[in-house]
Design a protein around this ligand. Structure first.
Ligand code: NAD
Ligand code: GLY
Length: 365
C-alpha cells in the first residue's frame, strides 16, 4: 500500500498548518506530531466514538506510544447526540482525571461529530490546548476537519455553541473511508457536490470513478482537491467575516433547517445537505440564472450516490421554516442565501425572501 503523503498547506500565518493526505498513513501520526517538537506535550487525549474506537484507536495509540507520547483514550457514543455541552464536559472531566494539563493536547479521531466536539474541548480545556484532527469520514476529510470551526449543538439549533480553534495538523488517511457503511460514505459526497458547485465543476467528473470508495488513489485525489478548495477559502476568510467562507454554506440554510425539523438521527448530515442543495439549486436557477442543465448535473451527482432529492411528507414546511429562523445565517432577520450563477461560482445574496425559500422547500415534495 502506498504511504505517499500529499500535504496541503492552510495558510493562516501563525496558525498555519498542513493537511496530510494519503493511503495507509495512520501509523505516521506519532512521527508527524514529533515534528512539532515541544509544542505538543507528552500527554494527550485521543477522543473518538464507539464505532471508530474498535476500528482505529489501536493503530493511533500504538503510533503515539512508539513516538514517546502518553495517550489516554476517551470514547463517546457514536452519533450527533454526542455534539452536546454535557458530553464536552464529560470529556473534559475524563481528561482532568487522566492528569492532562495545559501542555497536553487532543487528537480528534473520527467523523465530523468527534472533530467538532474534540476541537471544542481543546478550545476550552485550560483555556485552549493544541489539537490534531484525524478525520475518518468523507465529510470530515473534505470539510469539517479543515478550518477550525468547532462546537456543539444547542437545544434550539445546530452549532450554536462553539469556538474557532485551528488544529496543529490534519492527517487524512483515505483507507479509513473503506470501513464506512455505504450510506455514510455517500452522505459525504454532498459536501463534494457543494464544492463542485461553488468552486470546481471538474469535481463532478472525478466523482464518476467506479467504486470510488475502494480506489485509494482516485479517492486521495478527490479528497486533496476538496481540501485545496476549503483551505483557500479558510485562508482568505478564517472567521467568516469577508463573505467568502459563507459560500461554504451553499445548500446548508435549508439543509440545517431540515436536520433540525426532522430531529437529529433521521437524516445523516450529508443527506439533509443533499436536500438543501436541491433547494439551493432551484433558487439559483430562479434568482441567479443558473442554467437548468447545470443544476441537473449537480442533482444527477447526488442521485448517483443515493442521496435524497425529495422531502418526506411528514416533515412540515412550517416546522422547517421555524427551525430555519434559528440558524446563524439569518443575520438579524435578514436572509443571506448562497446562490450559484454557474457551476464553480457562488455569491451571497440578500435578495432571497423567506417566501421564496418556502416555495423551494415545497418544491422538494
Ligand atoms: P459522524 O461523525 O457522526 O460520522 C458518521 C458515522 O460514521 C458515525 O456513526 C461514526 O461513528 C461513523 N464512522 C466514522 N468514521 C468511520 C469509519 N472510518 N468507518 C466506519 N464508521 C465510521 O458524522 P459526519 O457525517 O462525519 O459529520 C457530521 C457532523 O459534522 C455534523 O455534526 C456537522 O454539523 C459537522 N460538520 C462540521 C463542519 C465544520 O466546519 N466544523 C463542516 C461540516 C460538517
Ligand atoms: N463547513 C463550513 C465552514 O467550515 O465554514
Amino acid at each position: 500500500m502506498s504511504t505517499k503523503i500529499h500535504s496541503v498547506p492552510v495558510a493562516l500565518g501563525e496558525r498555519a498548518y498542513d493537511v496530510h493526505i494519503g493511503a495507509g498513513i495512520l501509523p505516521q501520526l506519532g512521527g508527524l506530531a514529533q515534528t512539532l517538537g515541544s509544542e505538543l506535550g507528552q500527554k494527550c487525549a485521543v477522543v473518538t466514538d464507539s464505532t471508530v474506537a474498535p476500528l482505529y484507536s489501536e493503530a493511533v495509540l500504538a503510533s503515539l506510544k512508539e513516538s514517546g507520547y502518553l495517550p489516554t483514550l476517551v470514547t463517546v457514543p457514536a452519533g450527533e447526540a454526542s455534539k452536546a455541552l454535557g458530553v464536552a464536559e464529560q470529556v473534559c472531566d475524563a481528561m482532568i482525571a487522566a492528569g492532562l494539563d495545559r501542555k497536553s493536547w487532543v487528537v480528534a479521531l473520527g467523523g465530523g461529530v468527534v472533530g467538532d466536539l474534540a476541537g471544542f474541548v481543546a478550545a476550552i480545556y485550560y483555556r485552549g490546548i493544541p489539537f490534531v484532527q484525524i478525520p475518518t469520514t468523507v465529510i470530515a476529510q473534505v470539510d469539517s476537519a479543515v478550518g477550525g470551526k468547532t462546537g456543539v449543538n444547542a437545544t434550539h439549533g445546530k452549532n450554536l455553541i462553539g469556538a474557532f480553534h485551528q488544529p496543529r495538523f490534519v492527517l487524512a488517511d483515505v483507507t479509513t473511508l473503506q470501513t464506512l457503511p455505504p450510506r455514510e460514505f455517500n452522505e459525504g459526497i454532498a459536501e463534494i457536490v457543494k464544492h463542485a458547485a461553488i468552486r470546481d465543476r471538474s469535481l463532478l467528473e472525478s466523482l464518476a470513478t467506479p467504486n470510488l470508495q475502494f480506489e485509494p488513489e482516485a479517492l486521495a485525489r478527490v479528497i486533496r482537491r476538496n481540501v485545496e478548495i476549503k483551505a483557500a477559502i479558510v485562508a482568505a476568510d478564517e472567521h467568516e467575516t469577508q463573505g467568502l467562507r459563507a459560500l461554504l454554506n451553499f445548500g446548508h440554510t435549508v439543509g440545517h433547517g431540515i436536520e433540525n425539523a426532522a430531529g437529529y438521527g433521521r437524516f445523516l448530515h450529508g443527506e439533509a445537505i443533499s436536500l438543501g442543495l436541491v433547494a439551493a439549486c432551484r433558487l439559483s436557477v430562479l434568482k441567479a440564472g443558473l442554467a437548468p442543465e447545470e443544476s441537473q448535473l449537480l442533482l444527477d451527482a447526488l442521485a448517483r450516490f443515493q442521496l435524497p432529492l425529495r422531502l418526506p411528507g411528514d416533515i412540515s414546511t412550517e416546522s422547517l421554516m421555524a427551525a430555519l429562523r434559528t440558524d446563524k445565517k439569518f443575520a438579524q432577520g435578514q436572509v443571506r442565501f448562497v446562490l450559484c450563477p454557474r457551476l464553480g461560482e457562488a455569491f451571497v445574496s440578500n435578495e432571497v425572501t423567506l417566501e421564496e425559500i418556502r416555495a423551494a422547500v415545497e418544491a422538494l415534495r
